[in-house]
Every structure is written in C-alpha cells, then in structure tokens.
Ligand binder design. Structure first.
Ligand code: SAH
Length: 484
C-alpha cells in the first residue's frame, strides 16, 4: 500500500522538468506555474498554449541524460513505457518523479489546489480518487466565494450570479435588508430609471444605467437581457435593480428566460410594488372590511386593450398618457360615475402628488399627469387622503453630509447628490434624476462643499424655501452665493 505525506517543498532556484507537452502536461503546468516559472519541457511537439507561455522547450524524444540538473520531474507522455523509463532513470539520479495518472509509479502526487494570494488549500485523496479531490476542491472554492468569511471575493466566481432585485417604489428606505446586502457585495449594478438615485448612489459597484426614459439613452429589453448575460458570463456578481417589484409589470420574467437559456444561476429578491407604496403613503387601503374585498393590478397599456377586471379596487400602472382611456374603459364596464379615483404621481417620493375626484369628474378633467403615475379606483379612497401622514411632513433638501438635524417624524430628507455632474452620459455612469424644488420646503447646507456643489446647479433659491446653514462659515458662503 502506497501512502503519501502532504508537504510543502521549497522550489525556488530549483528546476522542474516536464516530459511531454500534451493537454495533461498543460493542465499540470498551469498549477505549478502559480508557484514557479522554473519549468522546462521536453517533447517532440507541444500544445500551442504552452508555446505561448514562453518556457524553455526542447523538441526531441526523451533520453536519460535529459534529467540531469532537475529537482522534480513530471512524466506526462502518453506512452506508459516511456513514462516507466523516466521513472527508472530518475530513480538512478535520485530525482523524484510524478508519473501522470499513475500513483504506483509516482514518488509524489499533486493535490487539487486553490491558491489565493499567500494562501493555498490543497485537497488530496492519496491519489486514490482524483475525481473526488477535484469535486471537493470546486466545492470549497464555491464556499469561499459565496460564504460569509470572504464576502467580497476578488476572484469572480465562474459563470457569475445574477440577483434580480426589486428596489421599491421610490423612498430609498423601502429597500429590503436582503437587497441592501446583495448590493453591497455586487460587482456591477444594472438599474432602471424608476430606481431612486439615492439608492444607486449608496453602493460602490460598477453601475450601468438601463433606463428606457424617452429622449435619453434607449435600452431595449433585448439589449438589457444581453447586457445581463454578458456581465454574468464574465463571472461577476450582478445586481439587476428594478423599480418596485420585478414581477409586477417589471419584465423580470423575460430576463430570467435569457439567464436560463445561458445556464446562468440567479435568484429573485422581491420589492415593494408601486401599488403598495402608493397605498401606504396616501392612506388608501387596497382592501377594507365590508367595502372592498378584492384588488386587481392592471395596466393602462396597450391603450386599445385596457382590461377592467371584476375586483372592488383597481390599480392601474403606466397611466401617465392613458388616464382618459382607463376611465372610459371603467365606465364601459359598468363602474359608477361616482366611484372615487386617485391618481398618484411619484408615490413615496418627496414629490408625491395626488389628484382625486370621482370617475365622472376626472373623465372631464384636463389636468396633466406625469410619469410615474398610478391610478387607483374604488370605494375605499376615503377622507384621509387629503391630509395623509406623508403630506404633513416637511421636505428638506440636504446638501452636504450631515443629516442628523432632521428627525424623521417631522421631515422627509432628500439628499442633494454630489455626483450630479456625472450624469451627462447615461451609460456606465450614474444617472441622477432631476430635482424638483417646487416640492422642497427647506434646504439645509451642512458644509461648504455641499453649498458649492448646489450652487453649481442652482443660481437662485425660490423664496418660499427656508434655508438653514450648519455654521457661520457656510452661512457667509450662502450670503455670498445667493443673497448678493
Ligand atoms: N415593477 C414596478 C412597475 C414597473 S411599470 C412595480 O412593481 O412598481 C412602471 C409603472 O409603475 C409606472 O408607469 C407607474 O405606473 C408605476 N410606478 C412605479 N413607481 C411609481 C411611483 N413611485 N409612483 C407612482 N407610480 C409608480
């Protein structure tokens, strides 16, 4: 019975010989190469890839004297007789030999290794079950890359991994803890235009904007699928961040299909859909005892096929340009003219806006509705809506780092993002949505950098906005920039 002792052998300044230049030699050389370049090859012909690696190569048949001066020898020819001769010759010189796939003839065998920086993990079955060693090695490698003790691996895992993530409806705090963790670990984030810039800004990964907003860069769904696949195939941890929930009018299904076609692994992290965000932030319960016991999520597109299901509460997505058609369809289906309707723009955001009225009234209204907007129709749109908890809070824009001054019971904090200037090119840059000062009650300049950044974009501040500054230095800057 052969037994092998695991050792780490010093090899610097010692020469290693490979006899044979085929695929097996190539494979072994790649492992050895992680530790030394002192490698020579003897073979009548060698693999192109080996040739490109630039070792000392001698194109000839093997003979005994070739072994002189070497410390270790790998016999990798495909001829067992030659391998046997190498073994015997090496024994005469006192050189240790590894005969490929032959533990009986070998003085040493190679474990399956993982090498990362100064660390090596070697897996060995004593040469008895090479397949199992390789399997174990691969499992350990995967554990290291996914496990908690090496959260951000600098070596991307093979084949990549995609997280399809719902970012919620807008309020940057309506992101799940799981999504937050994954975004922190991601190599690249592909995000849509409905995702709040404050969320995207919080993470360090490479960022790719895949928004479909009109008049800016146009990313077709097909191109998004391709980008997702291509990023994943580079071995990256990819976060695909979508507004609301990926599976409510989110085309998450199509992205998964593309990933499946390429055998790419993925998982899905749900998000708070716009209907739930709007419901909570406008005080419209989607169901209510005795008034409404069913709810349907519908879409205002395509305009010639608007569905009106038999549910007590109807929520329509994508209505900015089809409000009238949706209301007409509801009337056609027999909904009462007096049914209450609420249109919620920018739900859960500082610039949330609600338009309410009866079905009959809103059909006649000429009020413009801007995207993103939801339409809710049903009897449970009640009296609270005008005076809802969210509308009572002051909206404060904070330019600078320090946000402590403002308690969340009273204020909605909007961060003035300092990377604003980067948004000129949408692709591969962080796209930052424009700010609407009409909705801001107060601005807090918490630092010199903050106020200077702000002044690069705004030359004046509307009178109705209260301005506060962190200290006299910032206060003086404010006077200089905005009051003279
Ligand atoms: N997957 C998303 C919906 C994407 S479809 C979700 O689950 O919410 C885009 C539509 O979602 C918009 O046209 C609008 O109808 C709605 N929407 C998304 N965010 C919104 C918001 N903050 N306020 C109002 N409507 C919103």
């Amino acid at each position: 019975m052969k037994s092998f002792l695991p050792l780490n052998i010093r090899i610097d300044n010692r020469k290693i010989l490979f006899v044979g230049g085929g695929k097996i030699a190539l494979h072994k050389i790649k492992t050895v190469l992680q530790y030394t370049r002192n490698i020579s090859i003897i073979a009548p012909e060698i693999q192109d890839e080996l040739h490109e690696m630039g070792f000392t190569e001698i194109y000839k048949e093997y003979e005994k004297s070739d072994l002189e001066g070497f410390f270790l020898v790998y016999a990798c020819t495909n001829n067992i007789e030659v391998n046997r001769r190498i073994k015997n010759d090496a024994a005469a010189y006192g050189i240790m030999v590894n005969v490929v796939d032959n533990r009986e003839l070998s003085d040493f065998i190679s474990p399956a290794v993982i090498k990362k920086d100064e660390m090596t993990i070697a897996v060995s079955s004593n040469g008895e079950n090479v397949k199992k060693s390789v399997e174990w090695r691969n499992k350990i490698k995967a554990m290291l890359q996914h496990g908690d003790f090496l959260t951000k691996s600098s070596e991307p895992h093979k084949g990549g991994y995609v997280y399809i993530i719902g970012a919620g409806p807008g309020d940057p705090e309506l992101l799940t803890i799981k999504a937050e963790r994954v975004l922190r670990e991601a190599d690249v984030i592909l995000y849509d235009d409905l995702v709040n810039s404050e969320i995207v800004d919080r993470f360090d990964a490479e960022k790719i904007y895949t928004g479909k907003r009109k008049d800016s860069h146009h990313f077709e769904q097909e191109a998004i699928n391709e980008e997702l696949v291509s990023q994943a195939l580079q071995g990256k941890k990819v976060a695909r961040l979508k507004g609301g929930d990926p599976f409510i009018f989110g085309r998450g299904g199509e992205e998964i299909e593309a990933l499946r076609q390429h055998g790419i692994r993925y998982e899905i992290i749900p998000g708070i859909t716009a209907a739930h965000g709007a419901s909570a932030y406008t005080e419209i319960p989607l169901t209510m005892r005795k008034i409404s016991s069913s709810v349907a999520f519908c879409t205002g597109h395509p305009v010639n096929n608007i569905q009106v299901p038999d549910a007590d509460t109807l929520v329509y997505y994508m209505v900015a340009s089809t409000v009238h058609e949706v209301l007409d369809a509801a009337i056609k289906k027999g909904r009462d003219e007096n049914t209450m309707v609420a249109i919620v723009q920018n739900a859960t955001r500082y610039n949330q806006k609600i338009i309410t009225g009866t079905l009959g009234e809103l059909r006649k209204s000429e009020k413009a509705v801007y995207s993103p907007a939801l339409l809710i129709l049903g009897e449970n749109i009640n009296q609270f809506i005008k005076d809802n908890w969210y509308s009572k809070k002051k909206k404060v824009l904070i330019a600078g780092e320090d946000t402590r001054l403002y308690v969340s019971e009273e204020y909605i904090k909007v961060l003035f993002l300092s990377k604003r200037e980067e948004c000129t090119d949408c692709h591969n840059h962080q796209q930052i949505e424009p700010l609407d000062l009409d909705f801001i009650d107060e601005i807090y300049f918490s630092s010199l950098a903050g106020i200077r950044n702000f002044s690069a974009f705004y030359k004046s501040i509307p009178k109705k906005i209260t301005v506060k500054t962190a200290n006299t230095e910032v206060g003086d800057e404010y006077k200089k920039l905005f009051l003279t």
